[in-house]
Design a protein around this ligand. Structure first.
Ligand SMILES: [Zn+2]
Ligand SMILES: [Zn+2]
Length: 260
């Protein structure tokens, strides 16, 4: 937290927050398995999650627009049946989720009836990253307004292998806070997105955060620690973090947005 952004003054005033810790997390919403582009099977991911002592997690494979590895609606139904069986075997609550592409116009890569059938939805930009700042802002605002979107995944698109994109951060963060949409801090080492400076700004605007591994293998579940590191630099506390809530609390967050 030694970033020269008021931490000394806050400490002197006794108002330095207690930042979120890894041990505060009860689950992880963002991970892939061999059903899309992950390297571990569905069961290996569920077993890996159970071994970490989480109470719940989401399997969030890619939507069908990701040509070659995305899931179509029939795949999602089949995956749900398999998840019900495996989650019970490993003693962890597995949410049936998706990392759905946000299409260039801000609509999503599944129809509403498919989205409604899911327990949890992460929406991410993976294409048309060349859009203008205004186009990308409108695209992300529309995604926030979608009642089925619970998290905006890796919100800026930054990363080692990814060209980020420009948008009006304050407008999108304010919309996320207003609509009950969490912003992700993606701990995958190639992403670390949101970065801590923007995460701090989002916290000031009242946002909720999802700290995720974006694991593509069971050995990558530990990447969530890097998300926690970014969050701590942003003064984010456990009360700001969706996956520090109980499973009932997560369900309430999802239901509240669907009821809008
Ligand atoms: Zn993604
Ligand atoms: Zn992902």
């Amino acid at each position: 937290m030694r970033l020269g952004v008021g931490e000394i003054e806050a400490a002197l005033n006794g108002t330095l927050p207690a930042p979120v810790a890894l041990s505060d997390l009860r689950g992880d919403f963002h991970m892939h398995c061999t059903w899309s582009d992950g390297s571990a099977t569905l069961e290996e991911m569920i077993a890996g999650v159970a071994a970490r002592g989480y109470e719940y997690h989401a399997i969030s494979d890619h939507s069908w627009g990701r040509k070659g590895f995305g899931l179509d609606p029939a795949d999602l139904r089949a995956q749900r049946a398999r998840i019900a069986e495996l989650g019970a075997r490993h003693g962890v609550a597995t949410l049936c989720a998706s990392e759905v592409d946000i299409l260039p116009d801000g609509s999503l890569d599944y129809d509403d009836d498919v989205l409604e059938s899911l327990d949890f939805v992460i929406a991410s930009v993976h294409s048309a990253t060349h859009q203008s700042r205004d186009e990308m802002t409108a695209r992300l605002l529309r995604a926030c307004e979608n009642r089925y979107v619970n998290v905006i995944g890796h919100p800026t698109g930054r990363g080692e292998a990814f060209a980020g994109y420009e948008f009006d951060f304050d407008a999108v963060f304010a919309a996320a806070a207003r609509t009950g949409t969490a912003l992700e801090i993606d701990g995958h080492p190639s992403r670390l997105d949101l970065p801590s400076g923007l995460a701090r700004r989002a916290k000031q605007l009242g946002c909720t955060f999802s700290l995720d591994s974006d694991a593509h293998g069971a050995d990558q579940l530990e990447h969530v620690a890097y998300a926690v590191g970014q969050a701590r630099r942003a003064w984010i506390e456990a009360s700001d973090v969706l996956n520090a809530r109980t499973l009932e609390g997560v369900g309430a967050f999802v239901s509240a947005k669907r009821a809008r």
